[in-house]
Write a protein that binds this ligand. Structure first.
Ligand code: 5GP
Length: 213
């Protein structure tokens, strides 16, 4: 079992938060949710980012932010049949899922578990009776996300257009999230600080604190 993080904010003030909780980080493609999480690593270290399982092919070596276990479509189907996923979805033509066993181990270790997942997966997690909060990451102007997608050069032109088409529905789901973090160009640090402030507040929510007066 993973030991509890040392600087666990919920453990202060006799709070002794021992069970972690989930933070869903979602949003359309190109909104920079991965970069915000990466930036937050230099602010705090009491969270872990879930490693998703996917049928998508790995990108070229050295692409920052690849955080996946790669499997074949058949292997993925077997995992679905075995009930291994907390959530899974077909996203832009590939399958992605979050393993239940991994998440449970981290939660029991007292970690804040970040799920960087698409909006379909986020809505599935929201239906479950588990302790979570939800964050939607977006630039103030969604066209910025389209430009980022085109400029990052990790997808083919067809794939980029598909992701942009899919994003219309994703933005429509924004009001189902508890928090919105704006990630505008040149303001990554601000976005990471806002996300970190959300985590800090969530750590000291009444049900998560066990005060022994
Ligand atoms: P990419 O192929 O660009 O790495 O990811 C495509 C989309 O799939 C992103 O929106 C990403 O957040 C989402 N994604 C990554 N892992 C998971 C997962 O485990 N479950 C779901 N539902 N979506 C995921």
């Amino acid at each position: 079992m993973t030991s509890a993080p040392e600087n666990n904010p919920g453990s202060n003030n006799n709070g002794e938060r021992q069970i972690g909780f989930i933070v869903i980080i979602s949003g359309a493609s190109g909104t920079g949710k991965g970069s915000v999480i990466e930036e937050m690593k230099s602010i705090r270290n009491d969270f872990v980012l879930s490693i998703s399982t996917t049928t998508r092919k790995p990108r070229a070596d050295g692409v920052i932010g690849e955080h996946y276990a790669y499997v074949s479509p058949d292997e993925f189907k077997e995992l679905v049949s075995a009930g291994a996923f907390l959530e899974w979805a077909e996203v832009h033509g590939n399958y992605y899922g979050t393993r239940k066993d991994w998440v449970e181990e981290k939660l029991n270790g007292g970690w804040i578990v970040l799920l960087e997942i698409d909006v379909q997966g986020a809505l599935q997690v929201m239906q479950r009776k588990i302790d979570f909060t939800s964050v939607f990451v977006t630039p103030s102007d969604r066209k910025v996300a389209h430009t980022r997608l085109r400029e990052r050069g990790t997808e083919s032109p067809e794939e980029i257009e598909r992701r942009i088409r899919n994003s219309a529905w994703e933005y429509q789901q924004m009001n189902q999230f508890e928090y919105i973090v704006v990630n505008d160009s040149g303001k990554l640090r601000e976005a990471a600080e806002t996300l970190s402030a959300i985590l800090t507040a969530e750590c000291v929510k009444m049900p998560r604190i066990r005060i022994r007066p």
